[in-house]
Ligand binder design. Structure first.
Ligand code: FAD
Length: 419
C-alpha cells in the first residue's frame, strides 16, 4: 500500500458515508460509489418520514466530497479495479464494501407480476424510494396490510395508522418484536398499536397476494381468509448484500466475513456495516455500522492499533417511527415521544438469573432488568425511559455491579445524572 492509498468505498449508506467523512478529516480522501438516486440519508429515520413527522430532507447525511453516483457491478481482485454498471472502471489500493442489506421478499404466491415486478401497492420498507412510494399512496381510509411484526413492521404499521390508514398487521409468530422484547413488553406495544386502530393478528401466516390489472387487491391468509388491501408493506427482515463479494470469491457467510481489522479474506478489501459479518455476527443496526466506520478510518489513516471487537448496542425506538440507538453519550431524541421503548441484550431470563420488574398498567409503563451473576445481561423499558442512560452505561461497560443488593432497583429508578 502507498502512503496515500486510493480508498474506494462501495455504498453511500451511513457506514460508507461516515467512513469517508472520518477519512477526509484524517487527510485520506476516499471515493464513495453509491447507487441510490437520493443524496445520502439516515435510513433509521424513514419511519418518521412515513409518519409525516419529518420531511425527507431532515434525514440527509453530510455528503462526502468524493461521491460518485453509480452501481458497482463487479470487482477484479487481481487488477484491483471495480467495474461500474455504466462500463467505467475505477482502480483502488483499498476497497471497502459498505453495501448494506436488502429487504427480504417473502416467498408468497402472486408476489410478482409477469414482468417480475411487485404489483402496484406492494412495497418493501428499506429505501427512501420505498418510503416516498408508500407516503404517496397512503391516504385516510386506505386499507393497508403490513406483513411482519418485527421492529420494521411495527414502526411501519404505527406510521401508516398515524396517517389515517386502516392497518392490519400480520405477524407469523406469537407476539410482536419478539427478537427485542419479552412477552410483557410485546403486549404493551400491541396495546399501543391497537389504541391507534391497528388490527394486530399474531400466529398469522400470509400465503397469497392477489392483484387485478397489476394492482394489489387483497392478501390471503393460510386459513383461507382474505384481507382487502390497497397497500401492502413487506417487513419480513433484511439480508446482507453480499453478491459482489461472493462473485469476487471472498469468504462469505451470512455477511462478508471480516476480522478485527475489518479485513475480508482479501487483504486489500475491507467490509463494514450491515454487509459485514464479524465474529459470526451480522448486526443490521446503525450503531455497529458507525463504530466499524470509525475503527476502519483510523486503521486506513495509519493507526495500526485500532481494532473492532464488537458493539454492545442498546436499541431505542420511539413509535412514531424509530429514532435510533443510544449509547453512553445519550439517545437521539425527536421533539415528541409518544411511545418510547428501549431494549438490549437478553430480555428473557435463564433459570438462576435475577430479575427486577416494575409495571404500571394504568400508565402503560414497564421496566425490567436481567442480571446474571453480577453482570447486567439485558433489559427492557417501555413508556418510561428516565433510567436509560444509567442502564446503557452499565450494559455497555459490562462492569460487575456493586454487590450491596440495591443496584438492580437503583438501575431501574435512577438515571445517575446524564442521558
Ligand atoms: C425503516 C428502517 C428503520 C431502521 N431503524 C433502525 C433503528 O432504529 N436502529 C438501528 O440501529 N438500525 C435501524 N435500521 C437499520 C439501519 O438503517 C442500518 O443498520 C444502517 O442503515 C446500515 O448502514 P449501512 O451503510 O451498512 O447500509 P445501508 O444503509 O443499507 O447502505 C448501503 C448503501 O449501499 C448501496 N449499495 C449497495 N450495493 C451497491 C453497489 N453495488 N454499488 C453502489 N452502491 C451500492 C445501497 O443502495 C445503500 O445505499 C433501520 C432500517 C430501516 C430500513
Amino acid at each position: 500500500m502507498t502512503s496515500n492509498p486510493r480508498v474506494v468505498v462501495i455504498g453511500a449508506g451511513p457506514a460508507g458515508v461516515t467512513l469517508a467523512r472520518h477519512l477526509g478529516e484524517l487527510g485520506t480522501p476516499a471515493l464513495v460509489v453509491g447507487d441510490e438516486e437520493h443524496r445520502p440519508y439516515n435510513r433509521v429515520l424513514l419511519a418518521e418520514v412515513l409518519a409525516g413527522r419529518y420531511g425527507p430532507e431532515v434525514t440527509a447525511l453530510p455528503a462526502p466530497a468524493g461521491l460518485l453516483r453509480g452501481r458497482v457491478a463487479g470487482i477484479d481482485r487481481a487488477g484491483r479495479t471495480v467495474r461500474c454498471a455504466d462500463g467505467s472502471v475505477i482502480a483502488y489500493d483499498t476497497l471497502v464494501l459498505a453495501t448494506g442489506s436488502n429487504a427480504v421478499l417473502p416467498p408468497l404466491r402472486g408476489l410478482y407480476t409477469r414482468d417480475r415486478e411487485l404489483p402496484e401497492g406492494v412495497h418493501a420498507f428499506r429505501t427512501m424510494d420505498d418510503c416516498l412510494g408508500l407516503s404517496k399512496a397512503v391516504r385516510p381510509g386506505v386499507r393497508a396490510v403490513v406483513i411482519g411484526g418485527g421492529l420494521l413492521g411495527v414502526s411501519a404499521a404505527r406510521a401508516l395508522a398515524v396517517r389515517g390508514a386502516q392497518v392490519v398487521l400480520a405477524q407469523q409468530s406469537e407476539r410482536l418484536m419478539e427478537r427485542q422484547l419479552d412477552p410483557a413488553a410485546s403486549a404493551l406495544v400491541r396495546r399501543h398499536l391497537e389504541g391507534l386502530g391497528v388490527e394486530v393478528h399474531t400466529e398469522c401466516r400470509v400465503r397469497d397476494v392477489r392483484s387485478v390489472g397489476g394492482a394489489v387487491r387483497s392478501v390471503e391468509l393460510a386459513d383461507g381468509y382474505a384481507l382487502g388491501a390497497d397497500l401492502v408493506v413487506l417487513a419480513c427482515g433484511v439480508r446482507p448484500r453480499v453478491g459482489l463479494a461472493r462473485e469476487a470469491g471472498l469468504d462469505v457467510g451470512k455477511g462478508v466475513v471480516v476480522d478485527d481489522e475489518l479485513r475480508t479474506s482479501d487483504p486489500h478489501i475491507r467490509a463494514i456495516g450491515d454487509c459485514a459479518q464479524h465474529a459470526d455476527r451480522v448486526y443490521g443496526l446503525a450503531a455497529p455500522a458507525l463504530e466499524q466506520a470509525g475503527v476502519l478510518a483510523a486503521l486506513l489513516a495509519g493507526d495500526g492499533t485500532a481494532r473492532y471487537t464488537g458493539t454492545r448496542a442498546l436499541t431505542r425506538l420511539t413509535l412514531t417511527g424509530i429514532t435510533g440507538i443510544t449509547g453512553p453519550k445519550g439517545p437521539l431524541r425527536g421533539p415528541d415521544t409518544p411511545f418510547d421503548l428501549a431494549a438490549f441484550g437478553e430480555t428473557d431470563p435463564r433459570p438462576g438469573d435475577d430479575v427486577v420488574q416494575l409495571a404500571d398498567a394504568t400508565r402503560g409503563t414497564y421496566r425490567k432488568v436481567v442480571v446474571r451473576d453480577d453482570r447486567l445481561v439485558g433489559g427492557v423499558l417501555v413508556g418510561e425511559l428516565g433510567t436509560v442512560g444509567a442502564l446503557a452505561r452499565a450494559w455497555e461497560g459490562a462492569e460487575p455491579l456493586p454487590s450491596d443488593g440495591g443496584p438492580l432497583l437503583h438501575l431501574l429508578t435512577h438515571d445517575g445524572g446524564a442521558r
